[in-house]
Write a protein that binds this ligand. Structure first.
Ligand code: GYE
Length: 313
């Protein structure tokens, strides 16, 4: 960090807005697309000087990065919080230093809402509910609405708003169906390796899984490998329904290959909105506390060929 500090003091063009970005990690395709979007938006050309920190999926690293941003006297701190809780102290420090904090992607739970000025986030509970509604509809179309449906869930990083929200949204809808049974929820930490491992465990334990709810695409890729290695299949026509979140290009390709039934988009292209938000704050404008990014979903009834061709990530 010393080099970044001396840079901030000596070399940076005074007209640039200095932004410290504390990123979760590089755990998924989605995350890489989001990092690229932020980096492409917070450029010198657009009037920014960005200091980027990758926390390798550890909250303590994020806290350290924020402390450094405060020492460096950045103009803004952008935080993509790995988990929801545990931010009160460090965000209080930022507030005392009069550095506005902007949340991106994931949300926090703090006692005092004024610890961040605004958030550019996605509605994770809505994503989870939409997955539930889609499953309702799909089972009905198949004439299976009265059958017993056994569900397993691969959960994202424990305590992340993406995990909490998607779990909450889906289980809320599942709870409205007496015949839907959630056999088990297992952590997959949003990574391909852990998704595979957890799916292997579940396959050994249960032989009648009807539905897999996987809270991101990379865990889904790992789960598909585990399912196929076990001589089983998923997707339309397979013996398990596979529902995923993110909808990155590789997942749409897996859907086209018949391995995923439905995928609930989480839009990683958050950089432009973030840059625009900072500019508005610079102009002294009032910015809404929560700014949602628009999202959709995909399933095999759609023209996947065209959608894949147009996919930016
Ligand atoms: O779904 C996952 C990533 O916070 C929405 O984090 C994000 C999630 C995304 O690792 O792929």
């Amino acid at each position: 960090y010393t080099s970044a500090i001396s840079q901030t003091e000596t070399e940076i063009d005074e007209n640039l807005i200095v932004v410290g970005v504390s990123q979760v990690g590089a755990e998924s395709d989605w995350r890489i697309a989001q990092t690229n979007s932020i980096k492409e938006s917070l450029t010198a050309e657009n009037g920014f000087y960005m200091i980027f920190d990758n926390a390798q999926q550890k909250q303590e690293n994020q806290i350290k990065a924020i402390r450094n941003f405060i020492l460096q006297e950045v103009d803004y701190i952008v935080l993509d919080p790995i988990v929801m809780s545990g931010w009160d102290n460090v965000l209080q420090n930022a507030k005392e230093a009069e550095i506005p904090v902007i949340l991106v992607d994931r949300d926090v739970e703090v006692d005092d809402d004024s610890l961040y000025v605004t958030s550019v986030v996605t509605d994770m509970v809505a994503e989870g509910r939409n997955a539930g509604y889609w499953l309702e509809d799909y089972l009905e179309k198949q004439g299976r609405e009265d059958e017993d449906i056994q569900i397993v869930m691969l959960l994202g990083t424990e305590g992340a708003s993406a995990q909490i929200g998607r779990t909450k949204g889906f289980t809320e809808i599942a709870g409205q169906h007496e015949n839907w049974k959630i056999l088990e929820q297992l952590d997959g930490d949003f990574t391909q390796a852990k998704g595979r491992e957890s799916m292997e465990t579940l396959l050994k334990k249960y032989d009648d899984i009807d539905v897999v709810i996987s809270e991101n695409d990379n865990m889904t890729f790992g789960a598909i490998d585990a399912i196929q290695d076990a001589g089983r299949s998923c997707g339309p026509g397979g013996d398990m329904i596979m529902i995923s979140f993110d909808a990155v290009r590789a997942a749409l390709e897996a859907m086209q290959a018949g391995e995923i039934n439905a995928d609930f988009e989480c839009n990683p292209l958050q950089g432009p909105k973030l840059a625009e938000t900072i500019k508005r704050l610079e102009n002294g404008e009032e910015v809404e506390k929560v700014q949602y990014i628009e999202e959709t979903y995909f399933d095999t009834t759609m023209d996947l060929e065209t959608l894949i061709r147009g996919r930016a990530y």
